[in-house]
Design a protein around this ligand. Sequence first.
Ligand SMILES: [Zn+2]
Length: 130
Amino acid sequence: MHEWAVAEGIVEALVERGRKEGAKRITGFRLILGEIQGVEEEALRFALRELSRGTMLEGAEVTVERERGRVGCRGCGFEWFPGEGSGEEEALHFLPDLLPLFLKCPRCGSVDLEIRGGRGIWVSSLEIER
Ligand SMILES: [Zn+2]
């Protein structure tokens, strides 16, 4: 599953970082999750808990913040958050590369669009115990 691969990457990166900082334990971290990434928060938390066992990350408190998907128009520069319940969000979740089939710029009608937010997963802060 997607979430396990993502969690594995996060655990590895955090343990590596913790080592560099001379940490005995990592007690907590904050994760920013782009909603377009299509990652289930609960599944990710579960995978993180499981994969943290026996590492310095075990028992760390995980805070998850969601970043909304943002779309920009290459034609006129307009940016917007696709609206809820319009079907646009569905398109964002599942078919980011096929955006033009589903979305068009509300200002100029162009379909020359790009995703500018909500696409990554990263750690924004880390609490360690030395
Ligand atoms: Zn436009």
